[in-house]
Design a protein around this ligand. Structure first.
Ligand SMILES: [Zn+2]
Length: 459
């Protein structure tokens, strides 16, 4: 079949990028304009803009393949702020093409996160409908306008529309391949729980001369506490922290060791004198498979000769396996209480948002079909099954509410300056992405999910 050309997609992308849908600062009218523009591209699927308690979502569905699986395509139309304009080499809301051949890129805010990767899916679906007259499976679409600000209104919207959004699988056009050098799929991402550890003593800051030596100093107590969170081996020294974490099998270790990963290049890329972390694991093993506890910030006192009355550490834990965010928060709380630091009071306040780790089985039909699709588009290259060391709350939401797993199938690449000035997208990914999505849909069409959620099928 004839796929849309790069020129056609670049022309569409130019219009789309010109709408500055920065969810942090754009007025609602701009966000509506972007949503409306996208909905118009979904005319083949009754595309429309629907209100939420925040910025609207774009919805659509094409349900012309009875008996075939239903796939929900997810993405977002909002973008990150531009940051310092002076750091951009081209205007952020104008697309500019640079380079040629396989190195050609298009620059502009949102080109890779997530406007380009979404557009190629819609262009493909339109082309398949025009030329084949049908799609191999049922598609529903959900594009939100608040992804870059933490999707505050998405959970309520998805819960309220769970019946209409029912799907056997979610495929996210958001996300990114790990590196430009090989095709990859992500099969896991880490969970997250965050908390403040608050140490207090006197009811006000005290003069360090007049009171020094008579009361406990919360900064000293907090330092003792923070130092107690890890052992000398770099492991987290909180009882119960590792509950739900499976020890790495020799097979998994060997598999990770076989990944082409240059530790020295990685060290140099972050500018540290030496890499560090839990002993007994390689850098990539730690990055992909081990949970972490990090102190992100400490607030206390200042350059005054006082004994501060309060010291706070902000702590986040990235979770793996079946670690329970609530149990981890409880374990940290118990740990700091058990220290019984003299002369101070210690409290732990856990943040509302708690996300468990996410995993999709590598034998899941979605992963198998996606790997086959990538092998078709990138012949002779092995598909790497990678881990996203970040956290993906949408995948957890879809699993909880819709009972559907999420496959991340974006043709963005992680090095394309997401969220930063000079964001870019490799133009070759338009064609590669369309061919891969087409192969994926075709491969999934034969799948017979258990507990069919296909629209119109009676239980
Ligand atoms: Zn994104």
């Amino acid at each position: 079949m004839r796929l849309p050309t790069d020129e056609e997609l670049l022309a569409e992308l130019a219009e789309y990028v010109a709408i500055p849908s920065d969810s942090r600062s754009a007025p609602i009218e701009t966000m509506r304009e972007a949503a409306g523009w996208l909905a118009a591209r979904l005319a083949f699927a009754n595309g429309r803009v629907e209100e939420t308690d925040g910025f609207p979502v774009v919805r659509g569905e094409w349900l012309g393949a009875p008996g075939a699986p239903t796939v929900l395509v997810y993405g977002h139309y909002d973008v990150q702020p531009t940051g310092e304009l002076a750091e951009w080499t081209t205007p952020p809301f104008e697309t500019v093409v640079e380079g040629d051949g396989v190195d050609a890129v298009v620059r502009g805010r949102g080109v890779t996160d997530d406007k380009g990767p979404v557009l190629l899916v819609l262009a493909l679906a339109r082309a398949m409908l025009e030329q084949d007259g049908a799609l191999p499976l049922n598609l529903t679409f959900l594009f939100e306008g608040e992804e870059e600000i933490g999707s505050p209104h998405l959970p309520a919207y998805v819960r309220a529309h769970a019946d209409e959004l029912a799907a056997d699988l979610v495929i996210s056009a958001d996300g990114a391949m790990w590196r430009p050098t090989e095709p990859s799929l992500s099969v896991a991402s880490k969970g997250l729980v965050a908390m403040d550890v608050v140490v207090t003593a006197a009811d006000r800051d005290l003069h360090s001369g007049r009171y020094g030596g008579t009361v406990a100093n919360p900064v000293h107590a907090l330092a003792t506490l923070v130092a107690s969170l890890h052992g000398r081996d770099g492991a987290v020294a909180v009882d119960g922290f590792y509950d739900g974490v499976d020890e790495l099998t020799p097979e998994r270790r060997a598999e990770i060791d076989a990944v082409d990963f240059d530790e020295e290049a990685y060290r140099a890329s972050v500018g540290v004198p030496e890499l560090a972390g839990e002993s007994g694991y390689s850098t990539l093993q730690r990055l992909w498979e081990r949970p972490t506890l990090e102190v992100n910030g400490i607030t206390a006192g200042g350059r005054y000769s006082v004994i501060p009355h309060r010291a706070v550490a902000h702590v986040t834990c990235r979770l793996v396996g079946t670690q329970d965010p609530d149990a981890v928060a409880a374990a940290v709380t118990e740990h700091v209480r058990s220290l019984r630091l003299p002369g101070v009071e210690v409290a732990v306040h856990t943040d509302e948002g708690r996300v468990p780790a996410y995993r999709i089985d590598r034998e899941h039909p979605a992963i198998r079909s996606a790997a086959a699709a990538l092998e078709e588009v990138y012949p002779g290259q092995e598909v790497l099954l990678a881990v996203i060391a970040g956290t993906l709350p949408a995948a957890t939401l879809f699993e909880d509410v819709l009972g559907a797993k999420t496959l991340f199938f974006s043709f963005a690449t992680a090095d394309e300056q997401h969220h930063a000035p000079n964001e870019f997208f490799r133009i070759r990914r338009f064609g590669e992405g369309m061919r891969a999505w087409r192969a994926l849909w075709t491969g999934l069409a034969a799948w017979e999910p258990r507990g069919v959620a296909a629209v119109g099928v009676a239980p």
